[in-house]
Design a protein around this ligand. Structure first.
Ligand SMILES: [Zn+2]
Ligand SMILES: [Zn+2]
Length: 133
């Protein structure tokens, strides 16, 4: 599937995805202004046009954005080289919201009615560690 930033300087191509996750963590909310609707795209992600700016937001991850328009382009897990991209880049895609993570960091001012699997931050780290053992 193909997506692009607001100004169009950067295009991204990834394998097609259906599943969508939502992250309520405090960092995603500060970064994007709200919870982050995100698509796990694996390592096979290519950016064309301008190079995304990369900001290392933790020991294990960096976040990318367009230097011209500021559109958020990716969350990149460094140990596994996995790219997680904001759903909003892909306007033609029909996603299914299946899970919400860091539900324990969700503020009280919103509540989704979607039926999803909900994980706390601790459960996310436990799952990540068991996937990588
Ligand atoms: Zn842009
Ligand atoms: Zn997050």
């Amino acid at each position: 599937m193909k997506g692009k930033c607001l100004c169009g300087n950067i295009e991204v191509t990834t394998p097609d995805q259906k599943e969508l996750g939502l992250c309520h963590c405090s960092m995603c909310r500060r970064w994007s202004g709200g919870p982050l609707f995100a698509v796990h795209c694996g390592a096979n992600v290519t950016f064309t046009g301008s190079d995304p700016v990369r900001y290392q937001s933790s020991e294990w991850a960096e976040r990318g954005f367009c230097a011209n328009c500021g559109t958020h382009l990716f969350y990149h897990l460094l140990p596994s080289n996995e790219y997680i991209l904001p759903a909003g880049l892909f306007q033609d895609q029909d996603f299914h919201l299946s899970n919400e993570i860091f539900i324990d960091e969700k503020p009280n001012y919103y509540e989704l009615s979607n039926k999803t699997k909900k994980l706390t931050g601790q459960q996310v780290f436990e799952q990540y560690n068991s996937d990588n053992e």
